[in-house]
Structures are given as structure tokens and as C-alpha cells.
Design a protein around this ligand. Structure first.
Ligand code: BG6
Length: 464
């Protein structure tokens, strides 16, 4: 817990993201005693909302999306919550500067500001300019949601602007997949267990699958989604970052800079996607969604074969897949081993795989061949799941964990400028004339049939 008196300015304070994810995370930190010792949370938005109304708004949001606050804990929390209405632009600060002054009167001048931009990416630029114009950049930290840029060009524009206000060390770009317990577990399990570490390479692995099917549709966020699509919403962001987490070389240490360096170097080795190895899909009823144009060609499904040009991964494809309106919701990273040599091989061996489940606390599964009980030595496929119960107590949501890291000044699980630039470079072929045509798929299906071919003989572990 930091001693630094802290003012958190939550832009988009009454918005959807704040309500569902950010405010519940603050609350969780509060109940665990992990917020800074002295703090103020200032919501910002265009509306004219009183401090009391904003406190009530948070109470209601917590009751709906987390748990109804215990009266005692709430009594400690609520008085620290303020609201600054009237918007915030470079020529009109609304009431934000006055409210910061009010917070400062209570916390003292040595307060540290954290700007938390829980606003649509299209508003990042305007708010960043306003922060600059009103002199709120120096010594502050700034948290940006994803996607940070929507193409290589727009990434550069935004990144230049952000760097004209903040040094890279002040910037925390969120990709909440990096904050998931199970994603953090990936490299810990790998680097601390010889059983896994020694097999983590092309000598032993046939392919890696990162598979995130989702059953949900996009009904309540058509505006954002139709401009974004699955490839931008999920592939270039979450799936690429998880791929980097799997594929990185051992970092020099577990320190933030070393982890970031390791992730950056491996992303720099992502070969630009080959459009002939990418399948884009759209679920059948998508265009009937309110707010989606009749002729929209936005992708709601993407499957891609990614190659990573490092010595460790030559010839090992990373198969990435995600989509809306699919038969199940899952988030799985599967390392699929090559068939083993030797006498059993000739009888046809089953898939041998090490699977990390990224949902919740994360389970680890091992799919392997064992002997079928009986008189003959018949191989059979079996699976063992490690639920990690003994270590799951105390686990935090991805947002809680990442926001805690912002307070603690630990940037190891945030994306870096150089890393993001490299992701957009690898992604660029999907944004040019070379973008593959969208293929329709049935609602509740596994996506266009063409996606199955990407995995070769192995098949997708889920759904096949
Ligand atoms: C978000 C995407 O970043 O991640 C959503 O915008 C997606 O489209 C979500 O559904 C999935 O993440 P999680 O961890 O909340 O299931």
C-alpha cells in the first residue's frame, strides 16, 4: 500500500466500463485495504452530477455488478468520492480544476494524480490534449484503456500526443488479459517447472492454440463494435498479448522492465499476418442488430495462423481464434505436443497437450495418452485437470490486479509503446486492400468452415 496521497480522476466516471469493471475493482481494493492510505476518487463527465449522486451511482453499480457494500466499509469509502461535471476539454475544464483543488486542500500539495481514461478510444485524444492544456501531466500517471490506436497510423498519432504530455514510465496501457491470474500463471508455471520449461519450444511442440470463443452477441454495444470488429477488439490486443506471454524468451529477471523487454522482443518477431492464413466471419443475425447497418462488413469472428520468427518457434504455428455468438465461452491456451517417437506411436497416439484455462483462477489441464485398463496394452486418451484450489484463495480480478499495480508503480503487466507498435505492424495486412472477405456463419456455430483448415491435421481442440 502506498503512502502517497492520491487523486484518481476517472474520466467516463458514469460510463459503462467504469460501472462494470473499474469501480468494482476500486471497491475490491478498498475492502482488501489495498488502496493508498489517503485518496480521493474524482469522477468526471459532461453531466451535472453532485458528489452525493455520484456516490449513490457507485453504490448502485457495486450492488449490480459486484456486491452490495457493507455499511461500515462504505462509510469509509463514500466521503472520498467526488464528481466534477461540465466535461473536460482544452478550452473548458468544467469544474475539474476546482474539484482537484478541493481534493488537494484535504490531501496536501504533494498529492499524486492518476488520470484514468475509462472513455471510448475516440475520446483519448481530446482528453489527453485537455490534460496537457491544463498542466495536469507532470508527475501524474495515466491509465489508457484498449484499443490504444486502431491502426499503425492512428497508433503513432496517439502515441506521439501521449508522449508530448507523459514520459513512457508515466503511462499504463491496459490489456486486461495480461492481468488475469491465469495469464500471469503462464510464465510462472513455465519458468519454475522443468517439466514444462524444457518442452516449451519447436523441438517438442507442434502448435499453440489460443482460443477465445464467446457465446455473447454485441447487442448493447453495437456502436462501438461495428466500428471495431473482432480482429481489432480481440486479436491485435488480447490474443497477441497472450501469444507474446507464451512465446517470450526467458526474461533476465521478473522485474517490470525485463518482462516488458521480453514481451517486446518477441512481438517484434511476429511475422505480419498473411491474409491467406486468416479467416474473418460474421454471424448470420449480426446485421439485424439495432444500430448495425444493413450492409456492415464488420468481422465478429477471426481465426488466424501467426508465425513467430525466433529460433524457438520456427515452424510452430500459433493458431488464434475468437468470435461472438459461438457455441461456448472459453479462454484457453493449448500447447500441443508433437507425437512421440517409439513403439506406441505406431498404434496411433492421441493428442498430448498442456492447456491453460484463462478464465477465473485458471485451471491447468493435461491431455495425454494412458493405458486403457484391461489385458491388452491399448492406449487411450485421458485428461487431468489441476484446479489450483490450494492457491486460488486471494485471487483478484484482472482489473483489480492491474489497478493495484498502477498504485504500486509496477508496469510489468501493461503494454508498452514499442510492443504495441509491433502488434499493429503485424496486423496491418488485415487493414489494407488485402483484408480477407467476410464469411457468414450460423449463430451459435464454430464459425466459417474455412477456419478449421488453418489448424492442419490437429484440428481445434475445442469444438472438434
Ligand atoms: C473486451 C472485449 O476487451 O474483452 C470484449 O472488448 C470481450 O468484446 C471481453 O468480450 C472478454 O474479456 P473477459 O475477460 O471479460 O471475458
Amino acid at each position: 500500500v502506498t503512502d502517497e496521497p492520491t487523486v484518481i480522476i476517472l474520466y467516463g466516471g458514469t460510463g459503462d466500463l467504469a460501472k462494470r469493471l473499474v469501480l468494482p475493482a476500486f471497491w475490491e481494493l478498498h475492502t482488501r485495504g489495498l488502496l493508498p492510505k489517503r485518496w480521493k476518487l474524482v469522477g468526471n463527465g459532461r453531466g451535472d452530477v453532485s458528489h452525493l449522486d455520484f456516490q449513490q451511482h457507485i453504490y448502485d453499480a457495486l450492488s449490480e455488478f459486484a456486491t452490495t457494500p457493507e455499511p461500515e466499509a462504505w462509510k469509509d469509502f463514500a466521503p472520498n468520492v467526488l464528481f466534477a461535471g461540465g466535461g473536460f476539454t482544452h478550452d473548458n475544464p468544467g469544474s475539474l480544476l476546482d474539484v482537484i483543488q478541493q481534493a488537494e486542500d484535504e490531501l496536501g500539495e504533494d498529492r499524486r494524480i492518476i488520470h484514468y481514461l475509462a472513455i471510448p478510444p475516440s475520446a483519448f485524444e481530446k482528453t489527453t490534449r485537455a490534460i496537457k492544456a491544463h498542466g495536469l501531466g507532470p508527475d501524474a500517471k495515466a491509465v489508457y484503456e484498449k484499443p490504444f490506436g486502431t491502426s499503425l497510423d492512428s497508433f503513432h498519432e496517439l502515441d506521439d500526443l501521449v508522449h508530448s504530455v507523459f514520459d513512457e514510465e508515466q503511462v499504463y496501457r491496459i490489456d486486461h488479459f495480461l492481468g488475469k491470474e491465469a495469464t500471469q500463471n503462464l510464465h510462472l508455471v513455465r519458468f519454475s517447472n522443468r517439466l514444462f520449461n524444457d518442452t516449451w519450444s519447436r523441438e517438442h511442440l507442434a502448435q499453440v492454440q489460443i482460443d477465445v470463443p464467446e457465446t455473447l452477441d454485441i447487442a448493447d454495444r453495437a456502436g462501438f463494435y461495428d466500428e471495431t470488429g473482432a480482429a481489432l477488439d480481440m486479436l491485435v490486443t488480447h490474443l497477441f498479448q497472450v501469444a507474446a506471454q507464451v512465446a517470450m524468451e526467458p526474461p533476465l529477471s521478473m522485474a517490470a522492465e525485463d518482462l516488458q523487454d521480453a514481451r517486446e522482443s518477441v512481438i517484434a518477431a511476429f511475422r505480419p499476418l498473411d491474409p491467406s492464413e486468416v479467416v474473418l466471419g460474421q454471424y448470420q443475425s449480426y446485421r439485424a442488430t439495432e444500430g448495425v447497418p444493413d450492409d456492415s462488413d464488420t468481422d465478429t469472428f477471426v481465426a488466424a495462423r501467426l508465425w513467430i520468427d525466433t529460433d524457438r518457434w520456427q515452424g510452430v504455428p500459433f493458431l488464434l481464434r475468437t468470435g461472438k455468438m459461438m457455441p461456448i465461452s472459453a479462454q484457453r491456451v493449448s500447447l500441443i505436443f508433437k507425437p512421440s517417437d517409439g513403439p506406441v506411436h505406431s498404434q496411433g497416439s492421441n493428442t498430448n497437450a498442456l492447456i491453460f484455462d484463462l478464465k477465473g483462477n485458471g485451471a491447468i489441464e493435461i491431455q495425454m495418452t494412458v493405458k486403457k485398463p484391461g489385458p491388452e496394452p491399448v492406449p487411450a486418451e485421458s485428461c487431468s485437470t489441476l484446479h489450483l484450489e490450494n492457491v486460488s484463495e486471494g485471487s483478484m480480478t484482472a482489473y483489480t490486479s492491474l489497478i493495484y499495480d498502477v498504485f504500486a508503480g509496477d508496469r510489468s503487466l501493461f503494454t508498452s509503446s514499442a510492443g504495441l507498435e509491433a502488434t499493429f505492424r503485424a496486423f496491418a495486412p488485415l487493414q489494407a486492400d488485402t483484408r480477407p472477405a467476410i464469411q457468414p456463419y450460423d449463430d451459435g456455430s464454430w464459425g466459417p468452415a474455412a477456419a478449421d483448415a488453418l489448424t492442419g491435421d490437429v484440428g481445434w481442440l475445442l469444438g472438434s
